[in-house]
Design a protein around this ligand. Structure first.
Ligand code: WTA
Length: 660
């Protein structure tokens, strides 16, 4: 039976091996509890101690937490440091200087390695190039690059100057890019001519040109282009420069600009339940502390490890566990340009074998799609590869179902490697709730216990705490150093979204969760707002609805909901009322395709609806409210058993049941 589809009730507990306990940074549950208790007993002392131990400061902070302007918390506010110096300079003169920092594997399999020394030189030279174009502390720089050493260099170079990067995932459209340029007021874009994915060349620079041509992007003075491929592309004289032109004559020596711990390191846009994407703003000191710390706590990083986080730098996981955490921890890390299914679905396993990866970190969606592939094609099953280098395997981005967990543990981890299921968010900056590999007994499908210094609780709608066994809303009762500081340019939205009045000043995560009776292990079950999690990517239903109704020649009204999907976790389903009679057959298929293409163009291919349903109206109550729970039932292809007596027009349910 398929490992993806069976509903497994998994009650087994997997304790860490003795060897793992012995060698781990946090060795055994006693050690975990001691740390946790220290953080409870002396919250500020705990974080203050770690900040001194894990970061290199130009000026050591004397303050830990400043709560004078809640919920705009400040951490280590009078300290000064530089993020890039903490990732690179600090390793010079140590054994890490000539260690491999990045093993880059390109789409076609070519490998490039770069040491910490070389990376520091490249980052410094790049920073000097940016500086020569007037980019300085506090300026926003938009980065739209493929997974590459260049991507890491560009981000680190911004950090070196105190410039604030805003990375946009390469799968977003020109319109999304323009929105983010305007919202952040970026002064430059760093992009590539093309990106390579699965043997195909895909334009990036052309999309930047299109975004700038949409208008209101006057803040952009320069576009810097990494020539990833030899193919030609249009350049605008004066504005556009190749990387070669940017770097020409620049020295490889660039002193890092020391900034306050609270200085914004970056903005990263993520979907919310309403309106446009939110610019999550992260700090330098607090963020970096937890990025570095969790490399040791969650991944038990050792000097000889080869770490691989498969996330793109366009997402928070790529920020924390590709660009900052591994380098701050002095790790050798793999950066992979392409997709797990090219040239076949054995690519991840082949790369683990090839590079002797020891800590592997990926998303449940990738695992589920590789299970599917291995079930249909023996050749790409992990058993055909030597995965004995693996020590620890991690999961991130969405709930991992017990079936996928057990498959991952058995077939990839060889029943030897702990599965570290990490629950966190763009807004939290770093891991929040997850097992520690040398301490926490594992339960498939549970992210287990909070990290030391993190104080979650489960509450009801009124903010009242709930006991173990009762599901509710996940909150955090105390702030933490790597938390979101504000939403760029919208402090009101920050307050309303994360600190609504009924939550008593606690941070509201937007997720539902429950703790198991007995061990108080957390299980996060999904979002409580109108945010979908599709392949581990957050998508706002309202965003997709707005995109659909923006097709004014065709669409009168649209509602978007999610439905469960075997591989992608959730799938996007759009219910559409057209400005013409309800189509059928080939006509309906053609219009559905037109709408999918339109959404891809408006937001990006990741927002493409999987199912489209047409009807002459949407199910509404007499007061005109769309009944989304009915749509969710229809999206699943199930019969309506709910009460529909309050429905204005029950007849349309049959119409809307059809999927295109
Ligand atoms: C979900 C990604 C269950 C959750 C780091 C959260 C998870 C949202 C897990 C954040 C996990 C992430 N178990 N759910 N281990 N990890 N989520 O901002 O709904 O892209 O709120 O950050 O993903 O997604 P984001």
């Amino acid at each position: 039976m398929s490992a993806i589809q069976t509903i497994l009730v998994e009650n087994r507990v997997f304790p860490p091996s003795e060897a793992m306990v012995k060698s781990a940074h946090v060795s055994g549950m006693e050690a975990y509890r001691a740390l946790y208790e220290e953080s409870e007993r002396d919250f500020e002392g705990f974080w203050g101690r770690l900040a001194k131990e894990h970061l290199v400061w130009a000026k050591e902070p004397t303050q830990v937490l400043d709560e004078s302007n809640k919920p705009f918390y400040k951490w280590f506010a009078d300290g000064e440091l530089n993020a890039s110096a903490n990732c690179l300079d600090k390793h010079m003169g140590t054994p890490v200087e000539h260690k491999t920092a990045i093993i880059f594997e390109a789409d076609g399999g070519e490998v490039t390695k770069i040491t910490y020394r070389e990376l520091l030189d490249r980052v410094s030279q790049f920073a000097n190039g940016l500086k020569a174009h007037g980019i300085k502390k506090g300026d926003r720089v938009l980065i739209y690059l493929p997974m590459s050493i260049e991507g890491v260099v560009a981000m680190q170079a911004c950090a070196r100057l105190g410039a604030i990067h805003s990375v946009v995932f390469g799968g977003f459209s020109a319109r999304s890019l323009q929105e983010r340029i305007i919202d952040g007021g970026a002064v430059a874009v760093i992009t590539a001519n093309f990106q390579m994915r699965g043997g195909r060349e895909m334009a990036l620079k052309a999309i930047v040109d299109e975004a700038l041509a949409l208008g209101d992007c006057e803040s952009i003075k320069n576009v810097f282009v990494y020539e990833r491929t030899a193919s030609t592309y249009p350049m605008t004289a004066g504005r556009d420069k190749t990387f070669a032109q940017l770097l020409e004559g620049q020295s490889t020596d660039c002193p890092p600009v020391m900034v306050d711990a609270e200085h914004p390191l970056y903005i990263l846009y993520t979907s919310g339940s309403t309106g446009k994407p939110k610019g999550v703003q992260h700090s330098t000191g607090g963020y970096l502390l937890q990025a570095k710390l969790t490399m040791e706590w969650s991944f038990d990083l050792k000097p000889e490890d080869v770490f691989w986080c498969t996330a793109d730098i366009g997402w928070v996981t790529g920020h924390t566990y590709v660009t900052y955490g591994p380098l701050a921890a002095g790790a050798t890390e793999i950066v992979f340009e392409s997709v797990p299914t090219y040239p076949d679905a054995g690519r991840f396993w082949q790369m683990i074998e090839r590079h002797k990866c020891s800590v592997f970190y990926t998303a449940p969606t990738a695992i589920r799609s590789l299970i599917k592939a291995a079930e249909t094609n023996e050749k790409v099953h992990p058993k055909n590869y030597d995965l004995s280098s693996l020590r620890i395997i991690g999961s991130v981005g969405e709930p991992i179902n017990p079936e996928a967990w057990v498959w991952y543990y058995t077939n990839v981890g060889g029943e030897r490697c702990p599965v570290v299921d990490t629950y966190w968010q763009t807004e939290t900056g770093a891991h929040m709730i997850n097992p520690l590999p040398g301490a926490t007994p594992l339960v498939p499908g549970s992210c287990t216990l909070p990290l030391p210094g993190i104080f979650p609780a489960i509450v009801d709608e009124a903010g009242e705490e709930l006991p173990d066994g009762v599901g509710g809303l996940l909150v955090y009762k105390r702030p933490w150093p790597s938390m979101v500081r504000t939403l760029w340019g919208d402090p009101e939205r920050f307050k309303n979204t994360y600190f609504p009045p009924e939550m008593k000043g606690w941070y509201l995560a937007g997720d539902a969760a429950v703790r198991t009776i007995g061990d108080s292990y957390y299980r996060v079950t999904g979002r409580t707002d109108d945010v979908l999690n599709v392949s581990g990517h957050r998508m706002g239903t309202m965003e997709i609805e707005s995109a659909l109704v923006a097709k004014t020649d065709l669409v009168a009204e649209a509602a978007v909901v999610g439905r469960p999907d075997d591989v992608t976790g959730e799938a996007i389903c759009a219910f559409v009322v057209l400005k013409r009679p309800v189509p059928e057959g080939d006509e309906a298929k053609a219009i559905a395709k037109e709408l999918r293409d339109w959404v891809s163009k408006e937001i990006g291919p990741i927002a493409r609806p999987k199912d489209i349903h047409f009807g002459e109206n949407l199910p509404k109550t007499r007061s005109g409210k769309i009944m989304r729970r009915l749509l969710r039932t229809l999206a699943k292809g199930e019969k309506i058993t709910q009460d529909t007596t309050t429905l204005e027009n029950p007849a349309i349910l049959a119409q809307l049941g059809q999927t295109y």
